[in-house]
Design a protein around this ligand. Structure first.
Ligand code: NAP
Length: 250
């Protein structure tokens, strides 16, 4: 274990079967937190993440739930509390893309992205906030994107969902501050995951040329920032949106 800033805490990380969520789950576990690994379809990958977390000497459980469905979220949160005994950290990470130019975007692709990314974040946040308010302690970290701040051609649905997360998070930060629950948002640039693997090579090169640090970020770098925001070292930070993007937005 690298340090134990999160010893005794229980964290729910949505979409942690792979990618950024998996790295966040492993980082929080390495700091001592017990982890609920939420996923949608990747059962084997979620079980593998659980095994890796357990090898770090903390408890972990995999929970299948579609975060866009409030009833499934309800069940998931009850399972976390039953099986791990508490819930003091929520990382709203799960998300998806359905890219296309706005004039050709189908209602389905609009809805799918808003339902998963924005309504899904709302569902988890609302259910977990009730628990945290009673306990008068909590840490909520949401994954937005630089695209939610700047917009991006071909991603109107995704950008709208990620901008919505910032407004949602800041409002909830104001509502929950008096209960010692902090709510912060991370806005990554381009991070090496399945999501960015889908980019055509020429587009990857074009993006790399715009990043002052000259590389994509790693999921582990998002994990480290999330662990900091969940720790007592960040107790006076709430309602912040932190870009972690290699400088692409300067
Ligand atoms: P990823 O590799 O595509 O993984 C997505 C994760 O979300 C998977 O675990 C997936 O579960 C889960 N998921 C998707 N929809 C879900 C739903 N409705 N209910 C429950 N779980 C669901 O994505 P990533 O690149 O790691 O991105 C993670 C987050 O960071 C996303 O919110 C993304 O928008 C944000 N982000 C990523 C980047 C980047 O460059 N990669 C940049 C900025 C922001 P299954 O495995 O079961 O399908």
């Amino acid at each position: 274990m690298s340090s134990s800033r999160l010893a005794g805490k229980v964290a729910l990380v949505t979409g942690s079967s792979r990618g950024i969520g998996r790295a966040v789950a492993l980082e929080l576990a390495s700091e001592g937190a017990d982890i609920a690994v939420n996923y949608l379809t990747s059962t084997d990958a979620a079980e593998a993440t659980v095994s890796e977390i357990e090898a770090l000497g903390v408890k972990a459980v995999a929970i299948q739930a579609d975060i866009s469905d409030a009833e499934q979220v309800d069940r998931m949160v009850s399972t976390v509390v039953e099986e791990l005994g508490d819930l003091s950290i929520l990382v709203n990470n799960a998300g998806l893309t359905r890219d296309g130019l706005v004039v050709r975007m189908s209602q389905n692709h609009w809805r799918e992205v808003i339902d998963s990314n924005l309504t899904g974040t709302f569902n988890c946040l609302q259910r977990c906030a009730k628990h945290m308010m009673k306990k008068r302690y909590g840490r909520i970290v949401n994954l937005s994107s630089v695209v939610g701040i700047e917009g991006n051609a071909g991603q109107a649905n995704y950008a709208a969902s990620k901008a919505g997360i910032i407004g949602l998070a800041n409002s909830v930060a104001k509502e929950l501050g008096s209960r010692s629950v902090t709510v912060n948002t991370i806005a990554p640039g381009f991070i090496e995951t399945d999501m960015t693997q889908e980019l055509p090579e020429d587009r990857r090169q074009m993006i790399l040329n715009q990043i002052p640090l000259g590389r994509f970020g790693s999921p582990e770098e998002i994990g480290k920032l999330t662990a900091f925001l969940c720790s007592d070292d960040a107790a006076y930070i709430t309602g912040a949106t932190i870009r972690i993007d290699g400088g692409i937005m300067m």
